[in-house]
Design a protein around this ligand. Sequence first.
Ligand code: PEP
Ligand code: MN
Length: 337
Amino acid sequence: MIIVLKPHTSKEDKDKILDKIHSLGLKTMVSEGVERSIIGVIGEEDIVRMQPLEAYHGVESVIPVLAPYKLVSREFKPTNSIIKIKDQEIGSEKISIMAGPCAIENYDSLRAIAKVVKQKGATILRGGAFKPRTSPYSFQGLGEEGLKIMKQVCDEFGLLSITEIMDPRDMHLMHKYVDIIQIGARNMQNFNLLKEVGKSKIPVLLKRGMMSTINEFLMSAEYILSEGNFNVILCERGIRTFETYTRNTLDINAVPVIKKLSHLPIIVDPSHATGKWELVIPASLASIAAGADGLIIEVHTNPEIAASDGSQTLNPENFEKLVKAVRAIANVVGRKL
Ligand code: PEP
Ligand code: MN
């Protein structure tokens, strides 16, 4: 349920309403708009429905949110959320490009990749230090050593960093070394992990589970927001279908659907969505045309020797082509790069 306040409601009136809701044992989240505030009520709505909240001074309307997610919904926050990270914004007019290897391999290789992706237009460096591999015998990532390399390289090139967290016990490492944490497809419904990242304010990129509906995806985002962290960026990375030609099927519909249902930014990962480097450029163009706020792309100076996901990884030349083509599409849809 959301409570829309009249424009310029006094703090005193707002506090009275909040106190009333809290006295019923429910939590609130307030979205402060330019004109008016909206109070999101979290918990058993039936308790609130019995109260004559419209009678309170300052209340314009009380609207039940039919969707099971509340804080994530556009009803709660009609304007697009812009996630501010240092000097960058995700979800604004500007398209964000995150690029880098699937896994951090060593200092020299990450530095070489960072240099090239920065030069060609990326502003955020991706790279996994904790890798969720299907086989326990595959390279699992460098762990903390990888995060140290990531920080050193990002500091040198003025890039933000993004890396995956798999275990809530690693949160302190994330705070120490990285700017954005990624929750991977396999952990989209790891509710303890979602709650833990929700307790901090660190920006989170939440990837859609490979077998999750849009509704389930938004419910997972709700877990993070309901703990108080509104710095959430969604990521469509392809879902499993009967098609086997590609690694996953990019659900392009998810982009405009999520834009309609939620205020959170949504980006696309065409690398995991397709699994094939030749498809990464067309999938990226379709994503930006559909309204995505950014892209996360696997890039390596030498994809043939990448420790993981080489077959879906772009070399620098193709990454440059991608950025140029994305810039052209961005202009068409009224965005910038
Ligand atoms: C990745 O970004 O390298 C990754 C493992 O992605 P996903 O969780 O989408 O499979
Ligand atoms: Mn990968």
